[in-house]
Design a protein around this ligand. Structure first.
Ligand SMILES: Cc1ncc(COP(=O)(O)O)c(C=O)c1O
Length: 394
């Protein structure tokens, strides 16, 4: 542990505040540190490891593809890419049936902006307060938190207007003759697990239709079954024009993707957009295994069921402990807002000391995004410990 910390301190860019933990092994819902100590993982690599750690179907797909062919260029047809796209067309909203592959969430968001601007032939993007869309220049331009955005602002095109989340009238007011797209997370993740009211997504869809504006749903955190449907927009029966995916798509292998209907996606012509690694055989073999395993294990349905139980248990704790302000979320993307940042940070540290990984977002919201294979008994174990911790910190 000491050696890793020293190497990191000396040679790695200091862009992360790290927990004092070096993890070396994972299996299912558990991870182990360098000293062999086991932790129940309710972070899941931040909504990435949905199949759990080192799921045999995923490790098999990666190792077998690695022995055959890892990378060629998009100069050539790629079998695994074409097959992954076909699979995604089956699980994404009906309208979304063409895909561009890249390597991360932010890259998918960047691609979505370029596509929307090219398709609409306009340049302004409306984004939401509390949003998070990534850290690359344009994606960070649509990210609400000033600290992420402002230090780079001369580099970022001034295309983004922010409006309050869950406020349709504000979106309507912000739309003008320059508006190309509205980008929204159906449930805000980094912003604190904020679930909009039931008329919000359908209302955005209607507004965008009326104004001929592209609706982009960022499903990078909420997608791939996390909220109890394949994609969170499906809770409200809304079909976006463009959808971004990443995180759980590769189950831990880096891959990002943007999807759109043919009419929108065909606004990209050869040469408009590209990525050296995007959609290479190895990444697509991993993502194919993830989607197939999720279909086989019915993980979105499982997330809905287990998530409901989890939320009920969290609500019980909320009734009991005054330091809990609110419990919210959908499926297995749940948040517990505490009364202060210090209390939330103390709770994270105390949970870790007792062998549970949880994480805190939006200053004081405990975020729970465990592997979708998590069982009730694991949740019960966390609840017992969280109950004690909330008594101590509150
Ligand atoms: C909703 C959303 N969009 C985009 C991103 C950026 O993804 P990445 O970190 O893979 O660039 C994230 C990451 O947390 C996210 O939650």
């Amino acid at each position: 542990m000491r050696r890793v910390q020293e190497l990191d301190e000396r040679y790695v860019a200091h862009t992360y505040t790290r927990q004092p933990l070096v993890l070396t092994k994972g299996r299912g819902v558990f991870v182990w540190d360098v000293n062999g100590r086991r932790y129940l993982d309710f972070v899941g690599g931040i909504a990435v490891c949905s199949l759990g750690h080192c799921h045999p179907a995923l490790t098999r797909a990666i190792s077998s593809q690695a022995r055959k062919l890892m990378h060629v260029s998009n100069l050539y047809y790629i079998q695994q890419q074409a097959e992954l796209a076909e699979l995604l067309a089956r699980v994404t909203p009906e309208k979304i049936d063409k895909f561009f592959f890249c390597n991360s969430g932010a890259e998918a968001v960047e691609g979505a902006f370029k596509l929307a601007i090219k398709h609409a032939k306009r340049e302004q993007i409306i984004a939401m307060q509390g949003s998070f869309h990534g850290r690359t220049a344009a994606a960070v331009g649509a990210t609400w938190k000033r600290a992420y955005r402002e230090p780079f602002e001369p580099l970022i095109p001034k295309n983004f207007d922010f409006v309050p989340f869950n406020d349709l009238a504000a979106v309507e007011r912000a739309m003008n003759g320059r508006t190309a797209a509205v980008i929204v997370e159906p449930v805000q993740g980094e912003g604190g697990i904020n679930v909009p009211s039931d008329d919000y997504l359908p209302g955005l869809r209607k507004l965008c239709d009326e104004r001929n504006v592209v609706l982009i749903c960022d499903e990078i955190q909420t997608g791939m079954g996390r909220t109890g449907k394949w994609f969170a927009c499906q809770h409200w029966g809304v079909e976006p024009d463009i959808m971004t995916m990443a995180k759980a798509l590769g189950g831990g292998f880096p891959i990002g993707c943007l999807g759109a209907g043919a009419e929108v996606m065909n606004s990209f012509s050869p040469g408009d957009h590209a990525s050296t690694f995007g959609g290479n055989p190895l990444a697509c073999a991993a993502a194919k295994a993830v989607v197939q395993t999720m279909l086989k294990l019915k993980l979105p349905q499982r997330a809905a069921k287990v998530g409901k139980y989890f939320k009920e248990r969290l609500l019980e704790l909320a009734d009991k402990h005054g330091c809990v302000q609110e419990v919210r979320g959908l499926g297995l993307l749940l948040g517990m807002e505490l009364s202060s940042k210090k209390i939330a940070n103390d709770a994270v540290a105390k949970a870790m000391a007792r062998g549970f990984l949880i994480n805190c977002t939006a200053d004081k919201v405990l975020r729970f995004a465990p592997p979708l294979i998590v069982e009730r008994k694991h949740i019960d174990r966390l609840m017992k410990v969280l109950d004690q911790i909330l008594s101590e910190v509150g």
